[in-house]
Structure formats: C-alpha cells, structure tokens
Ligand binder design. Structure first.
Ligand code: ADP
Length: 575
C-alpha cells in the first residue's frame, strides 16, 4: 500500500500541508489512507501518539460522502472537533450533551447532497440506540454519500481488552447493514487475542491489517521502589529531568490509584516544591533564610471522577495550557488527551495491566522528543489491587473467567515491575507479541542502564529445585507465615522470630543461603504471581496490627513441579 500513484495521492499530500501544516506522513499513515480510500476494511494497530486521527481526517477530505467516527468519550470527541475547527474542516458531533440548535444544524447538513459536513462523531450508545440516526445513514447510503465508518479505540469491543464497553459490541451493525461501506478500525492497545476478537466481533474478516511497532523510542522507562520518601523523590526527579532551559518545570502526569491518593499526592507535592532547595544557589549555599533562587512556581493539581464535570474540564484546560504543570490523576484522565509535549508520566501506583501501562505511559512524548516514564512499585500495591479486583468481581457477580483474565493481566504488570534485570522495552513489546532486540535499547531503560554500568549480563536460570525448597518450608512451618518469614528461613537467617519458632530445624532451612534477600523475595513473589503459592489474608486481631498475608501451597502446582511437569525459571545476573 505504500505507493504515491493512487488517484488521490497528490491530493492527500496537498491537504496534509494546507489543512494540518505537515510535510510528511508518519509510519503507516499513508498506507492506511490508501487502503481505506480503496474501499477496503482496515484494521490498524498504532501506538499512542502514532497519529491515528490523521488516517481518517485526511481521507474524509478526499471522499465526497460522510465519514462517521465512533469514539468512546465525549471529552475525546470535543478535543477532536476543536482540532478540526482550527483546521477549517466541516464537522459535527452527536452525543448526550449536544444541544438542540447544534443537533438541528447537523441534521440539516446531513440532508444536503453531498452532506454539508465531512465528519460526524458519535458515541457508541448513540448509534446503538438511535433508529432515527440509522435511518439518516440509510438515506446517505442509498445516495452513495456514506464514505466510511471509523471505529476509534476499538479495543473497547473486546472483553479481553482492558476497557470493555458493552455498546461497542453493537457496532457490528455497520457491516450487517452497510456491507459495502468500508470500516477503518483503530486501536493503540491490543494483544494478539484482543486483535482477533476485534476482527471477529466487528465482522471485518477480510480486512487489510497494519501493525506498527509499539516501541516508543523517545520514552525512557524506569521502575523505582515506592518508599516513604517517594514524594520527595518524585519532586527531585522532576527538578532534575523535566525542567526546560529557562528553569521552568515542564508538564506531566502522575497517575494515582484512588481519588484520595490524587489529592494527597497533589497536596504533598505542592508543599515539597515550596520547600525545594537546589543546594547550589547563593541562598542555599549560605543557608540563608530565603527562598532558593532556582525556585520556580510549580502548580500541582488533581483530577478524578469525583470532581464536578465543570471543575474537571477547567483543570484539564489549565493543564493543557501549561497553567497547571503537574496533574495527579486517576486513569479517568487521559484517553484522547492530545497534548504533544508531556515530558513525564509517573505512576504512583502500578496499572492494572501492561496494555493499560503502555497506553498511560504513552501519553508522554507524543512530539517524539525525549520523555520519561517512571513507575513507583511496591508489592503491597499489587496485593491491594488484587483484593479489589476480587471484591469487585464478587460484588458484581462477574463470571470466574473475567476475574481470572483480570488477575492474569495484573500479574503481567507485576512481573514487569519485579523484573530488575531484563530490558523493559523487551518486556513491554513481548507482551504485544513483538520481539525487540535489547541491543537497541541503548540504556534507555533502567535495567539496561544498570547492566551496562555494572558490565553484567543476565541469564534465564532453572530455579525449580529452589522453588521446591521454598514449598517445603511453607509446608513444614504450617502454612501460616508471611513472605518475609519464609524468605528468612530459606536464606538461613537466625533472626529472633526464626529462632523462637525453631524454624532453623526445618529440612530446607538455609538452602537459599546464596540468595540475596531482594532476589529471594523476588523469587517468592513470583511464586505468588504464578499461583504456586497462594495468599490468605488474616484480619488484624488487635487494633494496632495491620492485615497480614499468609502463604500457602497450591497442591496441584506442587504435584506438577515434583513430577517434573512444570518448571520455574528466573532471570538472574550472570556471575
Ligand atoms: P494517536 O491518536 O495515535 O494517539 P494523534 O492522532 O493524536 O495520535 O497524533 C499524535 C500527534 O502527532 C498529534 O499532535 C498530531 O498532530 C501529530 N501528528 C500526526 N500525524 C503527523 C504527521 N504526519 N506529521 C507531524 N505530526 C503529526
């Protein structure tokens, strides 16, 4: 599809320049446009920031009829409409918030021939529930003025995806009702399974498929331990890496787990920035009781679903205009945010899946300039999320398979965080079915950087025997102990608790004496993630004790390991 001799090629180029001011196309853009303009159904997988919108905006200018775009969020649609208005392209949106005047304007445009607007945006529920809208489309179709359907954020079609929407399933109506009108299906996040599901659900089996690499070369990935001084670390990180040449802090997002966290992190960061001392300026060096001379006003705010719609819009606007530099937000913020110069995305808590993480982190650096993505991780955040998923499944009576799918996604995310050795890009891209040559990372992730520095390389080692030793310890100590204690017994620690309980007498005591504490913890955590050990939470038996998590053995996994049907491997540094 990469040819420049299609009847529309010259027009595409010219419109790209006049309407959008771009002089070239990004990877796959031209090919996707050629395929959709040839009336093919197209499935295009492009990472966030790849430039999906242009793939339908430009063709809409080369077709006489209407391009109908299905997009999941009103905010996202508004953003696109604003962009199109700036480019002077006739468009409209029908959604629950459209007022009567605008509705009438759009409908009268649609009755003209050719239609008076190029692009019509609708939310999926609008299409699914509106016989009236479908009848308008019928009329357009019979006069050959229905150019194409665009299904944006198509992963919402799939239950296996991380953002399933029931109404997206109804979109199969397009192929059934208008089989000859081409569909352009776009997504930024899809594993192989989700991709197959999308094609199946939307009934576009003979579509042309484009899959761009998910590698975002300009993003630098890092996972850090989440400690008590994490807020200060975040401040320093931003001051060290995200300040422009005038000393101003650049814009970024901090993703938090809950509304409460958003507000807490925002307040604490605001305070930390006010206390900032660079240590280099006159005031700092003389320890004068004056504000640091390198201090710049940094505005931190928060965004979550608990805010009034107006307030949310205001905060988003301010952030887009750089009046707010740092936004502490839940994942409610971001889909469709089209700010090119986001310099950092920090995760104060892990995402629910690697797809989610790739998309959230992917909001950084859309302008292709360097940006940083740092995730602060602690195992207890994983346990919290896991409990939450289980409780929510119980509450909604969700099928077992859905819960298992969610837990599996979460485990993928945790394995990424726990892995302190392999290239982060390799790990992320492997999840999307891509093989990445780790030599190309060139120290743009923390693991490669650390390995480079220490001159070490890693190998994948069979640790099944160590795992059997850990299992023996869990069993012999009565399956009533925490991860930390099991690690202590495994490494042969003579700490007070081990001695008091006489656990130095269990058969596998000290079999892991060669393991570093962090590595042994990683091994046992991996066993929990892989389901070889299961967790049981014990409610606090007094006011001061927090909830403890006890480890038990999964009998089936134990049998499989003992009989050689299952092996466990771990990436370890080559000695
Ligand atoms: P996606 O929807 O895939 O995340 P967008 O369509 O929002 O990405 O595009 C990301 C950014 O790249 C936007 O700022 C857009 O204006 C810009 N962009 C898209 N195509 C091109 C191009 N051919 N040349 C330069 N910039 C582009």
């Amino acid at each position: 599809w990469k040819r420049s001799d299609f009847p529309w090629s010259a027009e595409l180029m010219a419109h790209n320049r006049t309407y959008f001011g771009y002089s070239s196309f990004r990877t796959d853009q031209e090919e996707i446009m050629n395929a959709t303009l040839s009336n093919k159904d197209v499935f295009a997988l492009m990472p966030t920031g790849g430039g999906k919108s242009l793939c339908y905006m430009l063709p809409s200018l080369c077709s006489a009829g209407l391009t109908v775009v299905i997009s999941p969020l009103v905010a996202l649609i508004q953003d696109q409409i604003a962009q199109l208005r700036v480019a002077n392209i006739e468009c409209g949106a029908l959604g629950s918030t459209t007022d009567d005047f605008e509705r009438r304007r759009i409908l009268s445009c649609l009755r003209q021939s050719p239609p008076g607007i190029r692009l019509l945006y609708v939310t999926p529920e609008k299409i699914a529930n509106s016989a009236f809208l479908l009848s308008v489309l019928d009329d357009l179709n019979s006069s050959n003025f229905l150019a194409r359907f665009v299904i944006d954020e198509a992963h919402c079609v799939s239950q296996w995806g991380h953002d399933f929407r029931k109404d997206y399933k109804e979109l199969r109506v397009f192929k059934m009702r208008y089989p000859q009108v081409p569909c352009l299906v776009l997504t930024a996040t899809a594993t192989q399974r989700v991709q197959e599901d999308i094609v199946q659900q939307l009934q576009i089996k003979s579509c042309v498929q484009f899959k761009s690499s998910f590698n975002r070369k300009n993003l630098r990935y890092e996972v850090r331990k989440k400690t008590k001084s994490c807020i200060e670390e975040i401040r320093n990180l931003i001051m060290e890496s995200c300040v422009d040449r005038f000393g101003n802090v650049q814009t970024g997002i901090i993703y938090c787990f809950s509304k409460f966290d958003c507000e807490k992190v925002s307040a604490e960061l605001n305070k930390k920035f006010a206390d900032y001392r660079c240590g280099k300026c006159f005031a700092c060096q003389r320890n004068l009781n004056r504000r640091c001379q390198n201090f710049r006003r940094v505005v931190v705010d928060f965004y979550h679903a608990g805010l009034e719609a107006e307030q949310r819009e205001l905060v988003q606007q301010k952030w887009s205009n750089d009046e707010v530099h740092i936004l502490c937000a839940t994942v409610a913020f971001g889909m469709g945010i089209n700010k090119p110069d986001v310099r950092f995305v920090i995760h104060y808590s892990l995402s629910k899946s690697l797809e989610g993480y790739h998309q959230e982190a992917g909001r950084a650096g859309r302008d292709l300039k360097t940006a940083i993505c740092v995730l602060f991780y602690r195992f207890s955040d994983y346990q919290k999320l896991k409990r939450l998923l289980e409780e929510s499944a119980k509450e909604h009576n969700a099928p077992r398979s859905q819960l298992e799918n969610n837990l599996e996604s979460l485990n993928g995310m945790v394995s990424y965080c726990e892995n302190a050795i392999e290239c982060r890009r390799s790990l992320l891209l492997r999840h999307f079915g891509e093989t990445f040559n780790k030599g190309l990372c060139k120290g743009t992730c923390d693991n490669c950087r650390n390995n480079q520095k220490s001159g070490k390389t890693y190998v994948t080692k069979d640790v099944t025997q160590d795992v059997l030793n850990v299992i023996a310890i869990v069993r012999e100590t009565g399956q009533t102990h925490s991860l930390t204690h099991i690690v202590d017994v495994f490494r042969g620690s003579k700490c007070a608790k081990v001695m008091r309980l006489r656990h130095n007498g269990v058969s596998a005591f000290g079999t892991g004496s060669k393991w570093l504490k962090t590595e042994a913890s990683r091994l046992v955590q991996k066993l929990v993630i892989d389901g070889i050990l299961t967790e049981k939470t014990q409610k606090a038996d007094n006011l001061y004790q927090t909830v403890t998590t006890l480890l038990r053995v999964c009998p089936k996994a134990e049998r499989d390991l003992k009989q050689g049907r299952r092996k466990v491997t771990l990436e370890v540094i080559e000695k």
